[in-house]
Design a protein around this ligand. Structure first.
Ligand SMILES: NC(=O)c1ccc[n+]([C@@H]2O[C@H](COP(=O)([O-])OP(=O)(O)OC[C@H]3O[C@@H](n4cnc5c(N)ncnc54)[C@H](O)[C@@H]3O)[C@@H](O)[C@H]2O)c1
Length: 340
């Protein structure tokens, strides 16, 4: 049985908790034993937020968990196998390393860290301790994106000739850190990293990027970003993020990908597949959100003592390098910046 501790019970922490409890109900070899949050009210399920509806119909019995307001105390007092970190981004590096050094496997939310040097420190700690580290780039487990990745890899429609990724929504109103550039990195790092990571996962690192960015909310960094990713084979790849779509906009994510022999449209709920030489159809996709498949994959990887190939720490670090290049380009009003 794998004992789980969760750190940070805000929007994502609650989502992760619900998914571990679902795995418990399904008979997976996991048991959530401890919760940790500096805000004691969160340890009883109060507060929340978020831009994706994830609510579960199962009420959570918060009385069954050991509760801590200090990470150190939780690590000292509990016998844990996995710690799941859903803390504000600027804390990812330090708390991930603290947990790995205490001898547990770690699932840490995306973005991996504030910059590539911090990612290097996290990778080194995982290697030094012989523990697994998974970064919650959940689109790598999200059915509509997994379908796309399998199509790219199989070459069923030939090579991709163009790709566009979109992500937009209202300004986050929870967790005041989210809108502080030094703590969250703006929409560019917090939200857009999903699409940058998808570009990296599907096509590898681009040679160079050109980004136009705009700050709207004082102190938050780039809130609107549009990027072109340059590849040696000439495929045309772009993405756009905007988290200042307020009013009744809600949240939207999607993609449009063109291949030599067909194309794909994802509108946030369904993937339409359009072969050039036949009738279009909707892809049959697994029904749950990527959060569930991601946590399930991590638990199975730890239980089976094998790494998760779909999201290695090195590849999620590469996504942070690309985002950093995008920021440098935006700082130079769209100049092409080479990706290291
Ligand atoms: N994968 C996704 O789709 C997705 C969606 C939203 C957020 N996220 C990521 O998840 C992470 C958390 O975001 P969130 O929206 O849940 O934030 P949040 O502000 O809702 O939650 C963070 C929680 O951490 C707690 N906390 C802060 N400092 C702490 C400390 N030192 N020790 C213990 N607890 C502490 C806070 O009290 C809060 O409850 C971020 O990195 C964010 O980018 C991922």
């Amino acid at each position: 049985m794998l004992n789980i501790g969760l750190i940070g019970l805000g929007f994502m922490g609650k989502t992760h908790l619900e998914n571990y409890l679902r795995l418990e109900r399904e008979g997976a070899p996991v048991r959530v034993v401890a919760l940790c949050d500096v805000d004691a009210a969160k340890l009883n399920g109060e507060g929340g937020g978020g831009n994706i509806e994830t609510s579960s119909e199962h009420a959570i019995d918060y009385g069954r968990f050991s509760k801590y307001t200090s990470v150190e105390e939780m690590l000292n007092n509990e016998k844990l196998d996995i710690v799941d970190i859903t803390l504000p981004t600027f804390l990812h590096r330090d708390v991930t390393i603290q947990c790995l050094n205490s001898g547990v496997h770690v699932l840490c939310e995306k973005p991996m860290a504030m910059n590539a040097a911090e990612c290097d420190d996290m990778v080194a700690a995982a290697e030094a301790n012989g523990k697994q580290l998974l970064i919650g780039q959940c689109l790598r487990f999200w059915p509509a994106y997994v379908y796309l990745q399998e199509l790219v890899e199989s070459g069923r429609f030939g090579s991709a000739t163009s790709a566009h990724f979109y992500r937009g929504g209202g300004t986050p109103s929870w967790g005041p850190w989210v809108l502080v550039k030094e703590k969250g990195g703006g929409a560019l790092l917090d939200m857009h990293v999903h699409d940058t990571d998808t570009v990296n996962w599907l096509f590898g690192k681009p040679e160079a990027v050109s980004s136009i960015g705009r700050n709207v909310i004082p102190g938050s960094g780039y809130d609107i970003v549009s990027t072109q990713y340059r590849y040696a084979d000439g495929k045309v790849v772009s993405s756009h993020v905007d988290w200042t779509l307020n009013g009744d906009f809600g949240f939207e994510m999607g993609y449009k990908i063109n291949f030599e022999r067909g194309n794909l449209q994802f509108d946030g709920s369904r993937v339409k597949v359009n072969p050039n030489d036949g009738a279009g159809f909707f892809a049959e996709l697994a029904e749950d959100q990527g959060y569930y498949y991601q946590i399930k994959a991590f638990v199975e990887a730890v239980a089976g003592d094998r790494p998760i190939e779909a999201a290695t720490p090195a590849s999620t670090k590469a996504s942070i390098e690309i985002v950093t290049a995008e920021r440098e380009s935006a700082d130079q009003r769209g100049a092409w910046v080479l990706v290291p």
